[in-house]
Design a binder for this molecule. Structure first.
Ligand code: ADP
Length: 199
């Protein structure tokens, strides 16, 4: 039987990493394959370079998308065919939400265009958990993270959040929105309950 793909999405500082750390430590998650985008492979490293430099936004999108293709063929497909539960920290919706903002001036419908270059080969998640929070709070939480990347400015994150909420509205069957302006414990309980019902 094919496994299940669960993706975690949200703006920077929405609490994904914190929740994931706790999930990983939970005994009920011991057989789950945890993965992420950008990947830790060489294409993922190239993506990190793009994120931390003044790279053309379209070039950046193609790097992210190349990394997604590699991730699917090397990790996602094999694990799902093996019947595994896969949880990915960021996935295709990150591209639609973030590059949907950075490419706003280049295309009339940037999200639609980015989705179109994924069509036919990407693997759709069974469920996507959207960590939703006010960007001002998220950026405040990241205050001690050192120098912010270009993706962490509040105005930019407001647009990214709007894109995420639009994506969630367009696909309510797949998306579950979790309010992360709450205690870590409350968020963990909600996410665990959700995952247990899916797994
Ligand atoms: P992300 O992975 O989504 O970028 P993180 O999990 O790294 O976000 O969280 C960003 C910062 O906010 C971290 O310093 C983390 O300790 C803190 N944090 C995460 N979740 C909460 C929460 N529910 N309440 C308060 N602070 C939080």
């Amino acid at each position: 039987m094919r496994g299940k793909l669960i993706t975690l999405e949200g703006i920077d500082g929405s609490g994904k990493s914190t929740a994931l750390e706790r999930l990983r430590a939970n005994p009920s998650m011991s057989n789950v394959v945890f993965t992420r985008e950008p990947t830790t492979g060489w294409i993922g490293e190239a993506v990190e370079r793009a994120i931390h430099s003044d790279t053309d936004h379209l070039a950046e999108l193609f790097l992210f998308t190349a990394d997604h293709a590699e991730h699917i063929s090397k990790v996602i497909h094999p694990a799902l065919e093996d019947g595994k539960i896969v949880i990915s920290d960021r996935y295709s919706d990150s591209r639609y939400a973030y590059q949907g903002v950075t490419l706003n001036n280049r295309f009339d419908d940037p999200i639609g265009w980015i989705q179109s270059i994924h069509n036919g080969w990407t693997v759709l998640p069974d469920i996507t958990i959207l960590f939703d929070i006010d960007p001002a709070i998220a950026v405040g939480r990241c205050g001690n993270r050192g120098e912010q990347t270009k993706f962490e400015k509040i105005g930019f994150l407001e647009d990214v959040r709007a894109n995420y909420l639009r994506l969630a509205k367009e696909d309510p069957q797949r998306f579950v929105i979790v309010d992360t302006d709450r205690s870590i414990k409350e968020i963990e309980t909600d996410v665990l309950e959700l995952l247990t019902s899916v797994i």
